[in-house]
Design a binder for this molecule. Structure first.
Ligand code: ZN
Length: 77
């Protein structure tokens, strides 16, 4: 099953590259992509890794800007 990585059993994330195509499933731990039948397609490239990091940073920035409503409850940790 593609939802979990068969190498490390971590959950895979579906990454959509094109709207008309099925997503590829990324394991962030093994840093590779598998298709819908759990065949490993390729490794995550350095560029993609940086891109993802950038997106995450942007997302966090957005969350800060748009957000007092969205702020995490303190003291939960
Ligand atoms: Zn894995």
């Amino acid at each position: 099953m593609t939802l979990f990585c068969k190498q490390c059993n971590e959950r895979r994330l579906p990454i959509v590259f094109a709207k008309d195509k099925a997503p590829l499933w990324l394991c962030e731990k093994c840093e590779n992509f598998a298709d819908g039948v759990d065949t490993i397609i390729r490794e995550l490239t350095k560029e993609e890794k940086e891109e993802m990091k950038k997106k995450l940073d942007d997302f966090e920035k957005d969350a800060v800007q748009t957000g007092e409503k969205l702020s995490r409850r303190k003291g939960v940790n």
